[in-house]
Design a protein around this ligand. Structure first.
Ligand SMILES: [Zn+2]
Ligand SMILES: [Zn+2]
Ligand SMILES: [Zn+2]
Ligand SMILES: [Zn+2]
Ligand SMILES: [Zn+2]
Ligand SMILES: [Zn+2]
Ligand SMILES: [Zn+2]
Ligand SMILES: [Zn+2]
Length: 362
């Protein structure tokens, strides 16, 4: 996948070139993959100057193509029947989500016409394939995706309580629906072979699926709620068997050790990959901005997962070169402020005083 390398722009920081998505609409999977990735930070505080309408997002999960949640590529789906041709909408859609699990989907029922531009809609492959009523034909063609989008505008996700949920729990009588990213975040069981989801309350039914519910390390179903689902190969792993956590942010878009690819360049070399301690996503050292020459010896957090515990600033709101302290829990500015404060009385001391002993509290 050599041509992918030209696409290796910093997903984890400010775009360095003009990465506004092209207006041309291609339905071929290869072509759409080759397009520059839309800036997926538009919802972050440091919003780009791109007008919102130029950002293409999924009509179900409302994330852009390059998302951390493993939805695969955005695909264009035409109407499944001739009858409804919605006029292109002039009313703007809400800003796409910024990969924060709280911004998946839609808070208000989105105007249908706004979701259907160019007589069709854009939906991630997995968001579409898992949806109720969508049929998978040969050669990965999917049918009735437009109908799923229409029903999603009325369906709340049981996990994030936002609209656009189309993936039902398979248990009889259960009325829970999820977005694709929320399926994993909620701790539901997912079967990639059968495209079947079982919500946390009905997860014990996964044992009926036999080997598919077995952990790839210990070869048993064991504690089903502890299973992580790999969005790459569909295998399951116990968090405990891999000695990692199972937080919602780790579960969503999780990739097993065999499938882990760099979130910036996607399929690429599998050398020098840094794994974020908070979200378990991988990044090449050379795909970061600024690039790192070697793997750090202590734990590392990706920019999305850095939040200053003092001022609340997020990593994506600061330049990639910003320094962080205390395991990425204190931003540069607060650290500077801290160093002029007495650690005992928290009062600012004369900066010229060395703070071994503050003159105010001693
Ligand atoms: Zn989606
Ligand atoms: Zn959701
Ligand atoms: Zn259920
Ligand atoms: Zn296991
Ligand atoms: Zn995998
Ligand atoms: Zn990379
Ligand atoms: Zn992270
Ligand atoms: Zn701070």
């Amino acid at each position: 996948m050599d041509e992918q390398k030209s696409n290796c722009e910093e997903n984890d920081s400010e775009p360095t070139d003009d990465s506004a998505p092209s207006k041309q609409h291609v339905s071929s999977e290869e072509e759409s993959k080759a397009l520059p990735a839309p800036d997926d930070m538009s919802g972050a505080p440091a919003a780009s100057s791109d007008p919102p309408e130029s950002i293409r997002a999924c009509a179900l999960c409302n994330c852009v193509e390059r998302s951390l949640h493993g939805q695969r590529e955005l695909r264009h789906f035409g109407p499944s029947s001739e009858q409804q041709t919605l006029k292109p909408s002039t009313s703007p859609l809400p800003q796409p989500g910024n990969d924060d699990l709280s911004s998946i989907g839609f808070s208000h029922s989105p105007c249908l016409a706004a979701l259907f531009n160019d007589s069709g809609c854009w939906v991630h492959h997995w968001c579409a394939a898992w949806s109720e009523g969508v049929k998978q034909l040969e050669n990965e063609e999917l049918e009735n995706v437009d109908k799923a989008v229409i029903s999603g505008t009325q369906q709340l996700c049981d996990y994030c309580k936002r609209l656009g949920a189309t993936i039902p729990c398979h248990a009889e009588g259960c009325s829970r629906f999820y977005h694709f990213p929320c399926s994993a975040a909620s701790g539901s069981f997912q079967s990639m072979k059968q495209l079947v989801l079982l919500c946390p309350e009905h997860i014990e039914k996964a044992e009926e699926l036999g080997e598919e519910s077995w952990c790839a390390v210990c070869d048993s179903a064991g504690e089903l709620t502890d299973l992580l689902f790999c969005t790459g190969c569909g295998l399951h792993y116990h968090a405990a068997c891999l000695e990692i956590g199972a937080t919602p942010i780790q579960r969503a878009g999780w990739q097993c050790p065999e499938c882990k690819v760099c979130q910036t360049c996607q399929p690429g070399e599998d050398s020098k990959m840094l794994v974020c301690d908070a979200c378990d996503k991988g990044y090449h050292t050379f795909c970061l901005q600024p690039a790192m020459d070697s793997l750090p010896s202590d734990l590392w957090k990706c920019r999305r997962c850095r939040v200053c515990m003092e001022c609340g600033v997020r990593g994506l709101g600061l330049p990639g070169s910003a320094q962080w302290f205390d395991n990425y829990a204190v931003c540069e500015g607060c650290q500077r402020h801290r160093s002029t404060m007495c650690s005992v009385c928290s009062k600012a001391a004369n900066p010229s005083v060395t703070l071994q002993c503050c003159s105010i509290c001693h």
